[in-house]
Write a protein that binds this ligand. Structure first.
Ligand SMILES: [Zn+2]
Length: 288
């Protein structure tokens, strides 16, 4: 049995596959299928929640509560999510997408069964908008604080000083939004970032980010995912044809196909704790 093939990078939300494994776990059965449109939550950087949906066969169906990463070692150990003891893609392990059920697998859902996989497409598109908006907001944040660096921190996907990769500590993507936390501690100051200047001009920075996001949304730029290969562990990159230049970011998540899907993206910056910047991004979608 090889690594799971995944089709979500093209925007797919349904497909057919063969069940290759059904594992019982204390939190519900995990079903592995050879090919899936389900996007799993990553076990090392869990920014985007896994897809939910339905598996069905011959008129019978069962709900998938969340798609997760799973892996089986060359010696036969099967592990799921945060219990996987190695980094994604590590040698000696076969990498799988697990479909977590609420309870035991029904009797028809066995190894070798042909199944139809259907992702909750409404939830998926909300998460895709949230994820694309999250990347755009962080690029706009990098740009809005570019003048506050006294040393070169390296360049982001648009060539601006890379605040995001220096300071971001968690990213939590939701349907139509995200929350990002940035550590503004001693090490960032040592790296040359003017945290006092930032705190003193927070409202201006927030306005700059929102103005930039409005410009990008108005561009209606194409957005897509490119992959190195078909399996869950092949690298994937988000590409977005912004007016300045094409932005390319290594990313395992799902995304919109065009910025025309947004009516507005806006952020709110919170520095209640002077050591922790919280950026909350909110999406208004275009009415359909
Ligand atoms: Zn991403």
């Amino acid at each position: 049995m090889g690594a799971t093939n995944v089709t979500f990078a093209t925007g797919a939300t349904s497909g057919e596959g063969l069940v290759t494994r059904v594992e019982r776990t204390p939190t519900g059965a995990i079903v592995v299928v050879d090919t899936t449109p389900f996007h799993p939550v990553d076990h090392t950087w869990p920014d985007q929640p896994g897809d939910a949906g339905v598996l069905s066969s011959n008129g019978q169906q069962v709900a998938v509560t969340e798609a997760v990463m799973a892996a089986v070692s060359d010696t036969g150990d099967f592990a799921v999510g945060i219990d996987i003891p190695v980094k994604r893609g590590a040698e000696g392990w076969t990498w799988l997408v697990g479909h977590r059920l609420d309870g035991e697998a029904p009797s028809w859902l066995v190894e070798g069964a042909a199944v139809r996989l259907e992702v909750d497409a409404v939830r998926r598109s909300g998460l895709s908008r949230g994820h694309t908006a999250c990347h755009l907001a962080s690029l706009a944040l990098d740009l809005a604080v570019a003048d506050l660096w006294r040393k070169d921190p390296g360049a982001d996907a648009l060539g601006n000083p890379d605040f995001e990769s220096r300071a971001n500590q968690t990213s939590c993507i939701q349907e139509d939004g995200s929350v990002d936390q940035y550590r503004l501690g001693k090490s960032l100051r040592k790296a040359g970032f003017d945290t006092e200047g930032f705190a003193a001009s927070l409202a201006d920075r927030e306005s700059q980010i929102n103005a930039q996001l409005a410009t990008w949304v108005a561009s209606g730029a194409d957005s897509r995912i490119e992959v190195d290969g078909p399996t869950i562990v092949d690298r994937r990159r988000w590409h977005c044809d912004l007016p300045e230049r094409e932005a390319v970011i290594l990313c395992g998540g799902t995304h919109v196909s065009s910025l025309a899907e947004f009516a507005q993206i806006s952020v709110a910056l919170d520095l209640s704790d002077p050591q922790l910047l919280v950026m909350t991004t909110t999406v208004d979608r275009v009415a359909v």
